[in-house]
Design a protein around this ligand. Structure first.
Ligand SMILES: Cc1ncc(COP(=O)(O)O)c(C=O)c1O
Length: 457
C-alpha cells in the first residue's frame, strides 16, 4: 500500500469515527458487518443518519451528494414531500390489514395506466420475488423448464437467475446453487443475437428469455441499438416468452419504463424500486392470459398443480402502496424522468471533460439517469464509441476493479459524494449545486488517485 493510499485511509478512519464504532458492533451481529453484499466496504462503510433531496448525512455529521439514491428506488430524491405525507398518514391508519384495501386497487390502477403491457398486475414483496414469479409463471404457461438469460444481467438473488449474474463470469454458478438448477439456465453473452437464435433453435425446452432492457445493471453493459427488437422477433418466432426485468428501468427510463421508451411489448415485466416510492415492494405485470394462471377458476380451484400458487405477507402492503401512488402520480408527466436524465447527462459530459483535463485513461458512459465510471478504458473516445455500439468487452465493463475501486470510493466519500462503487444514478431532486459538487469531487479524487499511484499521473 502506498503512503498516500494509507494517508487517505487514515483520513477516512479519523473523519468517520462514529461509523467505525457502529461497524465494530455490527461485525458481532452480521456476516461482514453488513446487511447487503454491496454495502461491504473496507475499512468500514459509512452509517447514514438522514437524507433529503439529493443529499444524505452520516452519523459523523458529514454531508454527501447521494448518487446511490436508494439502490435506484428514489427517482424523485429523498423525502419527496407528497410521499412523506402519504406514508405518514397511512402509518397512522394501520400498517397491515391482513385484508384487501383501497390503496392496493389505486396502486394497481396506476401501474396499469403507466406500463403499456400491464393487462394484469400482481404485487410481490421485492424485485427478486417478481422475477422468481416470472420464471415460474413462464414454466406453468409453456410447460417448458428452462430460461435463457444474459451474462452479467442481474435479476435478484434467487437460485436460477443468480447464475451468470455477477463476476467472475467464467465461474457462473454461485455458492449454494444446485447443479440441477444451473442446468435449467441457458447463459448467453449480452447483445449476441446469433447465440440467442442458436439456443432457441436447438433447445425446445426454453420457456422464456429474460433481459434487463437497457443492459446489465442499468446499462453497465449497455444493450446495443436494435437488439431488443431482434429479441422480440426471435422469441415470437420460437414461441418463447419475453420477460423484461424493469425493476430499475420501470418508471425511470420513462413513466412507462423502457418498454414505452423503445415501444416494444414484452409478455411479462418485473417491477420494483420506483414502483414503491422507496419502500419495499415489487410486481409482476403482463399478459392477461399468462397472469390468469394465478387465478382460482372453475376446475382449477385449489388445484395447486395447475394454478400457480402465490402468497407473501407484504404483497401490496398499504404503506408501500401509499408511497407508490404518491410517486407514480408525480412521475406521470414524465418531467421527473427528463430532469433525472438531464442531470446524468450533465455529469457524463462534465466528468468526461475532467478526465480529459487530467489526462487519465478513464471514460464515463451510461444512458438515461445512469453514470458509469470505467478506469483503464484504452482511450476515451474509442472506448465510448465501442461501448455505445455494444461491442466493448463486457467482462471489463462489469468487472471488479478492487484496488482502484476502493481508492476511488474512499476518495469520493472524503470529497462528499457517495455512490454504488463505480456506478451512479441521478434523481430529479439533484440541484445544479449538487452536480457541480460531484464534478469538483471527481476532479479532486483523480488528483488523489494520481498522487497515491493508483492511476498514472
Ligand atoms: C434489474 C434488477 N432486477 C431485480 C433486482 C432485485 O430486486 P430486489 O433487490 O428488490 O429484490 C434488482 C435489484 O437491484 C435489479 O436491479
Amino acid at each position: 500500500m502506498s503512503e498516500k493510499v494509507e494517508a487517505d485511509r487514515i483520513e477516512y478512519l479519523e473523519a468517520l469515527s462514529s461509523s467505525s464504532k457502529l461497524y465494530e458492533k455490527a461485525c458481532d451481529i452480521f456476516p461482514n458487518g453488513v446487511t447487503h453484499d454491496l454495502r461491504k466496504y473496507e475499512p468500514f462503510p459509512i452509517y447514514a443518519s438522514h437524507a433529503e433531496g439529493g443529499r444524505k448525512w452520516d452519523v459523523d455529521g458529514r454531508e454527501y451528494v447521494d448518487l446511490w439514491m436508494g439502490h435506484g428506488s428514489l427517482l424523485l430524491g429523498h423525502c419527496f414531500p407528497d410521499m412523506v405525507d402519504a406514508v405518514g398518514a397511512q402509518v397512522a391508519k394501520g400498517t397491515h390489514y391482513g385484508a384487501c384495501h383501497e390503496l392496493e386497487v389505486e396502486w394497481g390502477m396506476w401501474v396499469k395506466r403507466l406500463i403499456p403491457t400491464a393487462e394484469r398486475v400482481r404485487f410481490t414483496g421485492s424485485g427478486t420475488e417478481a422475477t422468481l414469479m416470472a420464471l415460474r409463471l413462464a414454466r406453468t404457461y409453456t410447460g417448458k423448464r428452462k430460461v435463457l438469460k444474459f451474462i452479467g444481467h442481474f435479476h435478484g438473488w434467487h437460485d436460477n437467475l443468480m447464475i451468470g449474474g455477477l463476476p467472475p463470469f467464467d465461474e457462473p454458478v454461485p455458492a449454494g446453487i444446485l447443479k440441477e438448477v444451473a442446468e435449467t439456465v441457458a447463459l448467453c453473452p449480452p447483445n449476441d443475437i446469433e447465440r440467442v437464435e442458436d439456443i432457441l433453435g436447438s433447445d425446445p425446452d426454453i420457456s422464456c428469455v429474460i433481459v434487463e432492457p437497457t443492459g446489465a445493471s442499468f446499462g453497465t453493459i449497455p444493450t446495443r441499438p436494435g437488439f431488443l427488437n431482434e429479441l422480440r422477433e426471435i422469441t415470437r418466432k420460437h414461441d418463447v416468452l419475453l420477460v423484461f426485468d424493469e425493476v430499475i428501468t420501470g418508471f425511470r427510463c420513462s413513466p412507462g419504463g423502457a418498454q414505452a421508451h423503445f415501444n416494444i411489448s414484452p409478455d411479462l415485466t418485473s417491477l420494483a424500486k420506483v414502483l414503491a416510492g422507496g419502500l419495499p415492494g415489487g410486481a409482476l405485470v403482463g399478459r392477461k392470459d399468462i397472469l390468469e394462471l394465478l387465478e382460482f377458476r372453475g376446475d382449477r380451484e385449489w388445484d395447486f398443480c395447475r394454478k400457480m400458487p402465490h402468497q407473501g405477507t407484504f404483497n401490496a402492503n398499504p404503506v408501500s402502496a401509499a408511497a407508490g401512488i404518491a410517486t407514480l402520480k408525480a412521475i406521470e408527466s414524465g418531467e421527473p424522468n427528463r430532469q433525472a436524465d438531464k442531470n446524468a447527462e450533465f455529469l457524463r459530459k462534465h466528468l468526461n471533460d475532467v478526465i480529459r483535463t487530467q489526462n487519465v485513461d478513464w471514460a464515463i458512459y451510461g444512458d438515461f439517469s445512469g453514470v458509469k465510471f470505467l478506469p483503464n478504458c484504452g482511450g476515451q473516445e474509442a472506448a465510448l464509441a465501442s461501448i455505445n455500439a455494444g461491442i466493448y468487452d463486457y467482462k471489463k465493463l462489469k468487472g471488479f476493479h478492487p484496488e482502484i475501486g476502493r481508492g476511488f470510493r474512499t476518495a469520493m466519500q472524503l470529497e462528499g459524494v457517495d455512490m454504488n462503487g463505480m456506478a451512479a444514478m441521478t434523481s430529479s431532486a439533484h440541484t445544479a449545486e449538487d452536480l457541480e459538487h460531484v464534478v469538483q469531487a471527481f476532479n479532486a479524487t483523480l488528483t488523489r488517485l494520481k498522487s497515491s499511484g493508483l492511476i498514472k499521473a
